[in-house]
Design a protein around this ligand. Structure first.
Ligand code: ARG
Length: 274
């Protein structure tokens, strides 16, 4: 009788051990699932994907230096990203309305924008340059006077041209995106485009049939730095900024830069700005 009792006790013990083992392993699996979902929160990023090589559409996908960079930064910070192409002006509306976590779009950090938005540290050095047809009489910024100049609306390029031609000059043609401004130059509707150096240089190089050249005028156009743009008071900014700094320091930025531009970045110059 004692033996029987002992046996059934052992049997019960084994059974309960097996059951509890199953229980824990199930719980563990569940934990893992919810755990990874929790740590990998998805952030919404907005862009104007019409600014190659920084952000543009390629076979229905948003690609570019900026896109690779923010993905590396997000990975470093432990986030997933959903990048939406919304267009240039809507970027500012989305961020102001806090409907997106941040924007990446070759956005120049300047005092005016800083009043309404928060920025990361600088991640790219840029300046405006002039795109013209081969054989154009335009050789400097001063030559843009009395010429028709196409720009992307609401950019530092527009601001720079307004500084040269006057704010309400009708000869400044403003377009929703920079590709439309370049099309206007190609079709003869404008004498020049003013936009970020890398963008106009890449365009001229990749479209030799358009026969365009780029003119530099360092006296007329300031150095500009791009930053990631956040809603004012964003709690995410510091975290993303720390990840951006890591990516600049650990060689990831250099790797992405080389992939897109084929040259070494001047990391020190970018960091000096931070
Ligand atoms: N850097 C310039 C600015 O901030 C032009 C940026 C335009 N970017 C774009 N994705 N279209 O005003």
């Amino acid at each position: 009788m004692k033996k029987k009792a002992m046996l059934s006790f052992l049997l019960l013990l084994t059974l309960s051990l097996i059951l509890s083992a199953c229980g824990t392993s199930n719980e563990k699996a569940d934990d893992k699932d919810t755990g990874s979902k929790e740590t990998k929160k998805t952030l919404r990023v907005v862009t104007d994907a019409a600014y190659a090589p920084f952000e543009y559409m390629d076979k229905g996908k948003i690609v570019g230096f900026d896109i690779d960079l923010v993905n590396a930064v997000a990975k470093e910070a432990g986030y997933e990203l959903k990048v939406d192409h919304v267009g240039w002006d809507p970027i500012f509306v989305e961020i102001e309305g806090k409907r997106a976590d941040f924007a990446v779009s070759s956005i120049t950090i300047n005092d005016e924008r800083k009043q309404s938005y928060d920025f990361s540290s600088a991640y790219f050095l840029s300046t405006n340059k002039i795109l013209v047809k081969e054989g154009s009489p335009i050789k400097s910024a001063a030559d843009l006077k009395d010429k028709v100049v196409a720009v992307q609306n609401g950019t530092t390029g527009q601001e720079a041209v307004e500084g040269l031609l006057g704010k309400n000059n009708e000869k400044i043609k403003k377009f929703e995106n920079n590709n439309l401004a370049i099309m206007e130059l190609n079709s003869g509707g404008a004498d020049a485009v003013v936009a970020d150096n890398t963008v106009v240089e890449e365009y001229a190089k990749n479209n030799p049939n358009d026969k365009l050249i780029v003119i530099e005028d360092a006296d007329a156009f300031d150095a500009e730095f791009y930053g990631l743009m956040f809603p004012k008071g964003s709690e995410l900014r510091d975290k993303i900024d720390a990840a951006l700094k890591t990516v600049l320091d650990n060689g990831t930025y250099t790797k992405i830069y080389k992939e897109w531009f084929g040259t070494e970045p001047d990391i020190e110059k970018i960091k000096a700005q931070q």
